[in-house]
Design a binder for this molecule. Structure first.
Ligand SMILES: CC(C)(COP(=O)(O)OP(=O)(O)OC[C@H]1O[C@@H](n2cnc3c(N)ncnc32)[C@H](O)[C@@H]1OP(=O)(O)O)[C@@H](O)C(=O)NCCC(=O)NCCS
Length: 156
C-alpha cells in the first residue's frame, strides 16, 4: 500500500502539470513603487481562478478598470465612463494567495478625458516576501453629464 502510493506520487511528480512550482529565484524581487498612488488592494479568491489554477485575466481586467477609475473620478468630480483600454499587458500570472496592489499615475488630463497608467504588483510568499509586477495597463475615462454625454473636466 505504502509502496503503491509512493509509486503514484513519483509518477505524478513526473507529470509536467505537477511540476509547476513557480521558480521565484528567476524573477527579480521588486519594491512596491513610491512614485505612484496606491488606489486599491485586493486578494483574489478561488472563484476567480481559471482552468489552470491561475487567476482569470478577465477578473484582473475588471479590477484594473475599477482601480484606474479612482483618480479620474476625483479629477472629474463626478460621473465618469471608461472610453478606452489603450494598452493591457499581463506580465506574470497571478496566483491564489497573491496580495494585489494597484498603483496609478495620471498620464494626461484632456478637455473631457483623463488617461491613467495602472501597474499591478503581487506580494507573494509572505514567509520570504517577493514582489512581482504582474500587469500594466493604460486606460482613458471620460467625464459625463446626467445624460451620459462628455462634459468638460472642471478646473482643479
Ligand atoms: C464615453 C462616451 C460618453 C464618450 O462619448 P464620445 O462621443 O465618444 O466622446 P468624444 O469623441 O467627444 O471623446 C471624448 C473624449 O474621449 C477621448 N477618446 C475617445 N475615444 C478614445 C479612444 N479610443 N482612446 C482614447 N481617448 C478617446 C477623446 O479624445 C476625448 O477626450 P478629450 O475631450 O479630453 O480630448 C461614449 O463613447 C460612451 O458612452 N461610451 C460607452 C462608455 C461605457 O459604457 N464604458 C464602459 C464600458 S464596459
Amino acid at each position: 500500500m505504502v509502496k503503491e502510493s509512493t509509486a503514484l506520487t513519483a509518477s505524478l511528480r513526473n507529470m509536467p502539470e505537477i511540476e509547476r512550482e513557480p521558480d521565484l529565484s528567476s524573477i527579480a524581487p521588486l519594491q512596491l513603487p513610491n512614485d505612484r498612488q496606491l488606489v486599491m488592494r485586493v486578494m483574489p479568491m478561488p472563484a476567480d481562478a481559471n482552468g489552470n489554477g491561475d487567476i482569470f485575466g478577465g477578473w484582473i481586467m475588471a479590477q484594473v478598470d475599477l482601480a484606474g477609475a479612482v483618480l479620474p473620478a476625483r479629477i472629474a468630480k463626478g460621473r465618469i465612463a471608461t472610453v478606452a483600454v489603450n494598452q493591457f499587458v499581463f506580465k506574470q500570472p497571478v496566483s491564489m494567495g497573491d496580495l494585489l496592489s494597484f498603483y496609478a499615475k495620471v498620464e494626461r488630463i484632456g478637455k473631457t478625458s483623463v488617461t491613467v497608467n495602472v501597474e499591478v504588483f503581487a506580494e507573494r510568499n509572505p514567509a520570504k516576501l517577493h514582489v512581482v509586477k504582474v500587469t500594466e495597463a493604460n486606460l482613458t475615462y471620460v467625464a459625463i453629464d446626467h445624460a451620459g454625454r462628455p462634459r468638460p473636466i472642471p478646473a482643479a
